[in-house]
Write a protein that binds this ligand. Sequence first.
Ligand code: PGA
Length: 262
Amino acid sequence: MSNEVRKPIISGNWKMNHNHFEAIQSIQKLAYLLTKEDFVAVDVTIHPPFTDLRSSQTLIDADDLQFILGAQHCHEAESGAFTGEVSAQFLAKLNVHYVIVGHSERRQLFGETDEQVQQKVVAIQKYSMTPILCVGETLADREAGLTHEKVLGQVRSALAKRSVEHVRSMVIAYEPIWAIGTGKTATADDAQRVISSIREEVSKISSPMAASAIRLQYGGSVKASNIVQIMSQPDIDGVLVGGASLDSAEFARICQYRLRTA
Ligand code: PGA
């Protein structure tokens, strides 16, 4: 089920790092390091904090850069009394194309539930943006042999009632929680096993067509030194990169992984 050609997607999740001046510098550095061919080969999305979006988008437009602007989060409602929150429609107005949803830090630190994640997916797609849905198990889940149950449960819940068209255009990032920011990565084989089971699940709950089109990422301590092995797996179409995306040179090397494959 892995033979459709899917364009790789490399996403930089800056988390709560880089103010808008630093964001501009990082984007300019990256633009200098990456070539036209890189953007033909891979989609590169960058996900700065909310306060950086406007300046990042202005720079991308003014210099005609090929980065795709992303956000890290949004609220599921259109508008209203939700102090401190930002809705999907505001992001769409800023030319944001990809929105990370259900990141484990949001689930664990801010109590986001599967139900809210599902509603956010709907809100993001309503404004024609692409959700990058994060799923992943804790170390305790993994040790109890519950990895597949946990991950596939999150996928089922987030994709509930979505049309085949909606599902096929999404991105799902498998991010084992124990591998995020810890320096530990799932072995490439291990990540491939979980990710191929996500593809099979998408086939069951949506359609084989959606399953062969949907792009699946791995995330968790991805670096220039392990990207080649990760991307060599048949079902892995990209990566969601946290820490290593803050260093433009390292992130550029990640985006250019194909130059180091035999
Ligand atoms: P990391 O973060 O690359 O720093 O492990 C990944 C993520 O949280 O998306």
